[in-house]
Design a protein around this ligand. Structure first.
Ligand code: GDP
Ligand code: ZN
Length: 293
């Protein structure tokens, strides 16, 4: 009987899973019956040959991020994430619908959400600033940074320490620039994983966990910037707008959809200005975009 060892999943590759055990990276296969593992998973494994192991058990997760897969299925992208940083900028213009979507997912998945306004070296846009006040009033922390000018990176690093984080946001907002600023030797580390797992360049498209030199872990997932509303129900979407929560229970009907429903406390709060109209309008838009099946 070989002994069970504890490991941390660094990356799930085509040919196997890169698992960190005692500071070394070992290429592992999973037991056939085991569920799919993801970067960030804590596992129990056995060594089967030199540098090779087998995952025997996946420990319970604190959180799981999934992306849509074939049909209505989902695939795990990252496990045990403590916080998602939603990155945006004024160029490309800030997509508030996408921000709300991430925030709704976090609210339902036991993951903290924080906002990063990158490219703060560029001119301020008034419309964006107004929306930001709204998010801050809802309790979402906001970091203004510039990856280009290395501004605000230290403050960001402090918030990253002792936690597992991931950056999300539309393409072009500067996620890779920020990741490179935080992990200067990222390429070297990626190459190390590739060499050990003999996986070649594909590694760069799989979600990968990096230990940050100044503390904390960052899961870089270049291929999956957008998680979609994978797995959220209509009720969960409404719950995902955290300011709706205290009103939802006061809606007249407990199957209220918060549209034109009679006695909807959410809509009343919007009419009174307690809930931001733009947030409510985006809720309606996201609701329409939800997959129906
Ligand atoms: P990603 O698609 O989110 O990973 O974005 P990238 O990191 O590839 O950055 C997209 C573009 O924005 C690149 O041309 C970067 O040079 C530029 N960029 C990134 N950060 C900043 C910044 O802080 N200020 C400015 N002005 N440009 C930036
Ligand atoms: Zn309602």
């Amino acid at each position: 009987m070989t002994e069970l060892q504890s490991g941390l999943v660094i990356s799930h590759l085509g040919k196997g899973v890169a698992v960190e055990v005692d500071g070394n990276i070992i290429l592992c296969q999973t037991r056939r019956k085991l569920e799919t593992v993801a970067a960030g998973d804590q596992v129990k494994m056995t060594i089967v040959a030199k540098g090779q192991g087998r995952i025997e058990e996946v420990l319970p997760r604190n959180s799981l991020l999934e992306r849509p897969s074939k049909g209505s299925k989902t695939r795990p992208v990252a496990a045990n994430i403590d916080q998602i940083f939603v990155v945006f900028a004024n160029e490309p213009y800030c997509d508030f619908l996408l921000i709300d979507q991430y925030l709704a997912i976090c609210e339902n998945r036991n993951i903290n959400a924080l906002l990063i306004y990158n490219k703060s070296d560029l001119a301020i846009i008034e419309n964006i600033e107004q929306e930001l006040v709204c998010y801050q009033n809802l309790g979402y922390p906001l970091f203004r940074v510039s990856a280009k000018n290395n501004l605000g990176i230290d403050e960001l690093q402090q918030e990253l320490s002792n936690k597992i984080s991931i950056f999300s946001g539309q393409s072009g907002v500067g996620k890779s620039s920020l990741t490179n600023a935080l992990i200067p030797d990222k390429e070297l580390k990626t190459n190390t994983v590739s060499a050990i797992t003999k996986h070649g360049r594909h590694t760069t498209t799989a979600a990968t966990l990096y230990h940050l030199p100044k503390g904390g872990d960052l899961i870089d997932s270049p291929g999956v910037a957008i998680f979609g509303l994978a797995g959220l129900s209509e009720n969960q979407l409404a719950h995902g707008y955290r300011e709706f929560q205290p009103f939802i229970e006061h809606c007249k009907f407990n199957n209220c959809r918060h549209l034109q429903d009679k006695g909807c406390a959410v809509r009343e709060a919007v009419e009174k200005g307690t809930i931001s109209l733009s947030r409510y309008q985006r809720f309606l838009k996201l609701r329409e975009k939800m997959p129906t099946d």
